[in-house]
Design a protein around this ligand. Sequence first.
Ligand SMILES: [Zn+2]
Length: 240
Amino acid sequence: MTKFYWLQDPKEWQCTGDLSRVRHKWGGLPGLHCPECGATWAGSMTGYPSADLSSLPERKELEVPRPEPFDEFVRLRERVRPFVPSGAQLLPGAEFGPLVGTASGTFSSLFFYFVQTPVIQREALERLQAEGIRGLRGFPTELRFRQKKHPELLELELLPQGRLHVDCLPPDRPPPCEKCGRKGIKRPDDLILDAGSLPRELDLFRLADFESTFICTERFVDAVRRLELDGVDFREVPVR
Ligand SMILES: [Zn+2]
């Protein structure tokens, strides 16, 4: 049985990389206001850098983050769906297109500190792919850098996949909203993965339940250690 690991920021952080002023070129889905549960929310952490929305007539409607009524959110989501990988989870706030804006500082080989914009240096990506790591798709960024000397950063498109096992969730949690799917619970400190929900062809992905959580396989950990790539630590997560 494959082991799975939760990616952690390194304890001794030596990078000064700053991506706080970058965004995805085409903007993102609005938040939604749900008539059923009454919540207004936008929980997605996922960027789809592969999505080219230049031909989408509604693309202007994605530029400004705002909450929309549920039906309007669904309308926009379905207009975007043909541009993202099939089966992609499109939560309110999901973003599209290459990264644009200004970056600064130094970057580790893998740089996941900003969870909406996981980036990797081109050389590191090519070496991981050469090791046979599955499902890594890196996309060119359109970043400007404050400094002249900087690495070539690619953004990884990491799809939300896999779920937590109910044994690690609070027993008294309310059921998810039937209309909008909002769960309204916080990520537990100790995770257990639901074996049947885990992807079989990917060595690195986000959790569908909590998109800010990056999970990888033992193969990925072994390759990162063998290649001595910096920027991430790993914590094993039980699978049930
Ligand atoms: Zn709802």
